[in-house]
Each structure stands twice: as C-alpha cells, then as structure tokens.
Design a binder for this molecule. Sequence first.
Ligand SMILES: Nc1ncnc2c1ncn2[C@@H]1O[C@H](COP(=O)(O)OP(=O)(O)O)[C@@H](O)[C@H]1O
Ligand SMILES: [Mg+2]
Length: 317
Amino acid sequence: MISNMAWDTIDVDDPIVKKVYEIYGRVIEVSSPIRNPEAILKKLRERYKLLVEPYIVYITVAAFLNNRPVLYEGPPGTGKTEIGEAILTLWSGKNAFVLPCSENYDEYRVIGDFHPVIAMSKGFNEESFIPRPLLAALILNTGILIDEIRRSSEEFQNMLLDIIDKRRIIVPELKRVYIQKDIGFQVILTSNPEDIAQNELSDAFLRRVVRIKFTYPSPEKEMEIVKLRLEGNSVKVPEKILWQMIKVVNTLRATTMYKPGVADTVAWTMLASKLALTKGKTIVDEKDVIEAGKAVLIKNLEDEDNVITALYEQFKK
Ligand SMILES: Nc1ncnc2c1ncn2[C@@H]1O[C@H](COP(=O)(O)OP(=O)(O)O)[C@@H](O)[C@H]1O
Ligand SMILES: [Mg+2]
C-alpha cells in the first residue's frame, strides 16, 4: 500500500540523484539562467542564429512563470524543435534534454529502467536503476523538450500529464518521489497537427498546455533568417537569387506533398553556397541553385515534376 511507504523527497544523499549527476552532469553546461524575454530574443539571435517572433518568447516565458507546459504546433521546418531547445537552455542555464517521441515510448524510456543483469543479481533497487531524461531533467532542474508528442501513445501522454501537472515523478519500485526543485525545470512539447498519420491530442491534454502556433514566415522574415544563417560564409549568394529561392519555396508550399519549411530554405542556400565553393567560385550562380534545389527539395517521386517546373520557371537556364 502506497500510503504505508516512507516516501522520500529529493535530497543530495539520494543515490539516484548522485547517479543522475554522474551520467548527465558532464553534458549539462552551466551558465546563468536568462529569463527576460528581450534578453532571450537577443541570445537566440546571437548565439543560436534563430530569429524568433517576440510573442513566441513572451508567451513561453509567461507560461514558465506559471509552471505551465507549452505546446509548439505548426508545420515541419518552422523551427519548433530548435527554438524550443534553445529557449529551455537559456531559461534554465543548463542544456535542455530533447526527447523525440515514438509510438512505443513508455515510462521506462523516459523516467527510468532497471539494468537487466544488475537487477538479476542485486534486485530492482537503486543499484540497478538507470535514470532517463525526464527524471534527469527534473532532478537537474533543467528543461525538457518532448518532440512530436502526437507520435506517442495516449497512455504515454496521460503519464506525462500527471507528471507535468503535479511536477513530481514517482518511482514505485524505489519507493521514491522526486519533486520539482525550482522553475528551471520546464516542458515544451512540439507537434504537427497537419500530419494526418499522427494521433490526436486529448482534450485533457490540450486543456493543460499553453499552445503557441508556428507558421511559415513572411518572405521578408524568411529573407532575414536566411541572411542570418549565411552570415560568415565565404561564398556569397546574390540577393536577387535569394528572393527567387524564397519564391520557389513559397510556390511549393502551396502545391507539393512535401512542403519545404524554413529549414529547407536554409539547407538549400547553404548547399548551393558550398557547391559553388567546391567549384572554386566565390559567388553562387543559377546553375548551383538549380542543382542544389533538386537535391534538397525533391523528397518523393510525386513532387519531382512540380519542383523541377518551379525551379526552371524562376531560374531560366
Ligand atoms: N526562426 C528561425 N530562425 C532561424 N532559423 C530557422 C528559423 N525557423 C526555422 N529555421 C531553420 O530551420 C531549422 C530548424 O528547424 P526545426 O527546429 O527542425 O523545425 P521543426 O521542429 O518545426 O520541424 C534551423 O536549423 C534553421 O535552418
Ligand atoms: Mg521538430
């Protein structure tokens, strides 16, 4: 019976806490937490080369101050994962954990598991217990990004809800409860609602999260992002060509099955510039752009004709 057990809360003498520091301590770089939205926006741009809409940062920070989880929803390649990870890291001052979801995720993958061989000889106890990222994030007081939440099962989502709501993790086998130390531990979830192959999120889930919608940026914003990303590259991409590339990408977003995200625009410009570099040039030309475009933008047979047509309409070579 749970009520008869001696439930300990988090403490430094806890062998699991020690284990977490041993396993994850080395990958958690510590710096001062940054919690002011304007300061976060500045760091996102300077340190992470991410140009983020201010309202995204403001709402995320407001949610964190309320200890509420945030859901970033939007099409692929709009920066959800990278922006989420960067904000969590700045917020806690420690590297955030990223958990890419899949159908068969369960508590053993995210909270902790027992080493089968050690458990056989020593039993299911602290010695054989292997802490996993969600428990580690809570103990280390850092953020966790739960990526593509719709890919996980409903059971998994319910388990998460309970933890996120109560800000504590119970490990029954160890008779222990771990409680959030401070607001450094925050949760960002991501999802793509347009992907019909994925599960719906339950009402209970949606009720608890602060939802922030991600969309494709305006052509002007996308240009700013691409320029920010190309900064410091020795090979130049002429501005006229960049505008044409952004036009192609926008055409494809309206016509193809695979919709290129900002991530693809950036990948395309980077590949074109590296391609020019391998040819010994200092400026990207239309031929490089077409070659790189075919390599980056064609993701399936159905789209091939559309991509090629869009490319040749813009770059008549
Ligand atoms: N706002 C942005 N600022 C800078 N780069 C961006 C931005 N949005 C998208 N990107 C590009 O997309 C990549 C990140 O995309 P990602 O986080 O994987 O998207 P998502 O998780 O929405 O699929 C970055 O490496 C960058 O190339
Ligand atoms: Mg993502």
